[in-house]
Design a protein around this ligand. Structure first.
Ligand SMILES: Cc1cc2nc3c(=O)[nH]c(=O)nc-3n(C[C@H](O)[C@H](O)[C@H](O)COP(=O)(O)OP(=O)(O)OC[C@H]3O[C@@H](n4cnc5c(N)ncnc54)[C@H](O)[C@@H]3O)c2cc1C
Length: 498
C-alpha cells in the first residue's frame, strides 16, 4: 500500500458501512489517510445485518460465506489474524439441490464424497467432474491473479494482460451453460452448477463461462459460517476498522455529495451537518449514488446498468427441529430455463418459483432457543419490482403457501403453526433500508458487458475525487468481492493523490 504524503488530500469520507465501505476505510487508514465513515443505519454491515426476535438470531442477507482467504488478507493487512476475531466453521456437506419430482444433488468439499454423489446421480460422470474441477481451477487462478482484482479500466489492456493460452482458458466468450455442458450431460448436474448465475443477474445462457469458478470455489475451498452467524464477521471487521483508526458514525444519512467545478467539495447530511473533504468514496450502489446523492449538482448519471434480481426474504423462528433438510438447500424448478426466462427477461414472477433455504441453527444451535430452529428463505423476484403495500401483503401470503407446498413435497415438514416469530423483507424494504437501486439484491449484473474493465469503474467518470466501493462496481457482488473492491478503491485513491 502506498502511504499518503499529500496533506491536502488526507481526509476521506466514506458513505456507507457495508463490507465494501469498511474495507476501503481500513485500507485507507493503513495508508495514512484520516477516514470518516457515515452510515445511515444504526449499525454497519449493510446487507449483512442481523435480525433478532424472541431468542432467534438471523443474518439478514448473506448466509453463504466463501473464500475465507479474502478476509484473512484484510485482517493480515492490518497485522491481525482473522481467527483472533472470528471463529469460522466449515459447512460440509454444503448445498443440497432439490427438484420437484424428488431428485436431488448434494455438493461437498470432499472429493471422495463428490465423486460418489456425481456417480450416483449420473453414472460415469466422475471423469467429467475431474476435468471440470481442473478447468475451473485454471479459470479461478486467472480470474483472481489477472482479471478481477486489478484496477484496469481499458478493456484492451485488460484482455492484453492475459496470454493467449490464458484467454482461451477463461471461456469468457461461451455461456456458463455451454461451459458446464462441455463436462456434464446430466441435466441435474448442469442445472445445479448453472443456478449460481442467478445471483449474478443472468441466466446460465446469458452469463460468461468463466463463472464456473463460483461452484468450483465453493467445492474446492469450502463453504463457511462464523460461529454466531455472518454478522459476527461484520462485528470483527468493524472492530478492526475502529482499531486502525476509522471514525465510524452510525445513524448519519448522507443527503448529497457536493461538487464544485467538477470536483468533490464535501458532503451534506440529512441532519444538517456537513463535511468538507476533497475525496468521497461511495459504498452505496453506483446508480443510487448518481441518481440521488449527486442530484442537484448538474451531474449526468451514466447509462442505465442491468441490475440483478430483487428478493423477498422470510425469517422464521420455528418451534422444534426441522427434519429432512440440512443447513443450505436450493429448490429448483422442474424447468429452470423457463423460470430464468420469466424472472430475468420477462420480469415476472416465475410460475415455478425457485428458492433458497438456510437453517443456520443446524450448524450453530445458539442461534435459536434450545431445541428450536431459525429458517431463512430467499425468493428471487424480477427487478425492478414495484407493488402497493396491500399487494405486497397478498404476495407474501401467496409465496409463503407456495414455499410450504414445495417443502412438503420433499418431506420437510413444519407448518405455519410452528412459526413463533416471522419477519419478511420485500424488494421495497431492501431498497429503502440499504439504498439498493430499485431493490436489486446483489447490485449490477455480471453480464459480459458489465464485468472486469467493462464494469462501471471504482472512480467516477466525470467527478474528480469521487470513488466507489462495493457490489455495483469492480470486481463485483458477494462478501469476498466487496472486501476486495474496498482494497482496490483504496489503492486507486492512493495512486491518484499520493
Ligand atoms: C438477500 C441477500 C442474500 C445474499 N446472500 C449472499 C451470500 O450468501 N453470500 C455472499 O457473499 N453475498 C450475498 N449477498 C450479496 C452481499 O450481501 C453483497 O454483495 C454485499 O453485502 C454488498 O456489500 P456493499 O458493501 O457493496 O454494500 P451494502 O452492504 O449494501 O452497504 C451499503 C451501505 O450504505 C449505507 N447507505 C446507503 N445509503 C446511504 C446514505 N445516503 N448515507 C449513508 N449510508 C448509506 C447502507 O445503509 C449500507 O449499510 C446477498 C445479498 C442479499 C440482499
Amino acid at each position: 500500500m502506498i502511504h499518503s504524503t499529500n496533506r491536502a488530500f488526507r481526509h476521506v469520507a466514506v458513505v456507507g458501512g457495508g463490507l465494501g465501505g469498511l474495507s476501503a476505510a481500513i485500507h485507507l487508514c493503513l495508508g495514512g489517510f484520516e477516514v470518516t465513515l457515515y452510515e445511515a443505519n444504526e449499525r454497519v454491515g449493510g446487507r449483512a445485518s442481523q435480525i433478532t426476535a424472541e431468542g432467534f438470531t438471523f443474518d439478514t442477507g448473506p448466509t453463504l460465506l466463501n473464500y475465507p482467504w479474502v478476509f484473512e488478507q484484510l485482517f493480515g493487512a492490518a497485522g491481525y489474524r482473522l481467527d483472533e476475531y472470528v471463529d469460522l466453521q466449515p459447512i460440509d456437506p454444503s448445498i443440497r439441490f432439490y427438484w420437484p419430482q424428488g431428485d436431488h444433488l448434494q455438493l461437498t468439499s470432499s472429493l471422495t464424497g463428490l465423486v460418489r454423489e456425481f456417480e450416483r446421480v449420473a453414472p460415469g460422470s466422475s471423469q467429467g467432474l475431474f476435468a471440470f474441477l481442473a478447468d475451473a481451477c485454471n479459470k479461478y487462478r486467472i480470474a483472481f491473479e489477472k482479471m478481477a482484482c486489478r484496477n484496469i479500466d481499458n478493456p484492451v489492456k485488460w484482455f492484453a494482460s492475459l496470454s493467449l493460452k490464458e484467454f482461451f482458458r477463461t471461456g469468457i466468450w461461451r455461456s456458463l451453460d455451454r461451459e458446464i455442458s462441455r463436462f456434464f450431460q446430466n441435466r441435474f448436474i448442469r442445472e445445479a452448477l448453472g443456478s449460481y448465475g442467478m445471483y449474478l443477474g443472468g441466466s446460465p445462457q446469458e452469463l460468461p463461462g468463466i463463472f464456473t469458478i463460483l461452484s468450483y470455489g465453493e467445492m474446492a475451498m469450502g463453504l463457511w459460517v462464523p460461529r454466531g452467524g455472518i454478522f459476527t464477521l461484520v462485528k470483527g471487521i468493524e472492530t478492526l476498522a475502529r482499531r486502525v483508526g476509522v471514525r465510524i458514525l452510525t445513524g448519519q444519512r448522507v443527503k448529497q455529495i457536493l461538487i464544485r467545478e467538477g470536483k468533490v467539495a464535501g458532503l451534506k447530511l440529512t441532519n444538517g451537518r456537513s463535511d468538507d473533504c476533497p475525496i468521497v468514496i461511495s459504498n452505496v450502489d453506483v446508480p443510487t449514488t448518481q441518481h440521488h446523492l449527486l442530484s442537484g449538482n448538474g451531474h449526468r448519471p451514466s447509462k442505465p446498468m442491468k441490475m440483478t434480481p430483487s428478493v423477498m426474504t422470510f425469517y422464521w423462528g420455528v418451534r422444534g427441529k426441522i427434519r429432512n433438510a440440512g443447513h443450505h438447500s436450493i429448490f429448483m424448478p422442474q424447468e429452470p430455463d423457463k423460470a430464468y426466462e420469466e424472472l430475468i427477461r420477462q420480469k415476472r414472477i416465475p410460475r415455478e418459483l425457485p428458492f433458497y433455504m438456510s437453517i443456520a441453527s443446524k450448524t450453530d444451535p445458539s442461534l435459536a432457543p434450545p431445541g428450536d430452529s431459525t429458517v431463512f428463505i430467499l425468493v428471487p423476484l424480477p427487478q425492478p419490482f414495484h407493488l402497493d403495500q396491500e399487494d405486497y401483503l397478498a404476495l407474501k401470503q401467496e409465496i409463503k403457501e407456495r414455499i410450504f407446498k414445495r417443502l412438503g413435497r420433499h418431506g420437510i415438514k413444519f407448518s405455519t403453526a410452528d412459526i413463533v416469530t416471522e419477519k419478511v423483507m420485500t424488494p421495497a424494504d431492501w431498497g429503502k433500508r440499504f439504498g439498493l437501486f430499485q431493490g436489486s439484491a446483489f447490485g449490477a449484473a455480471h453480464t459480459l458487458s458489465q464485468m472486469g474493465a467493462l464494469r462501471y469503474p471504482n472512480k467516477d467518470r466525470h467527478v474528480k475525487g469521487l470513488y466507489y466501493a462495493g457490489a455495483s462496481t469492480t470486481p463485483g457482488t458477494g462478501l469476498p468481492m466487496v472486501v476486495i473492491s474496498g482494497r482496490m478503491t483504496a489503492e486507486r485513491v492512493c495512486i491518484d493523490v499520493c
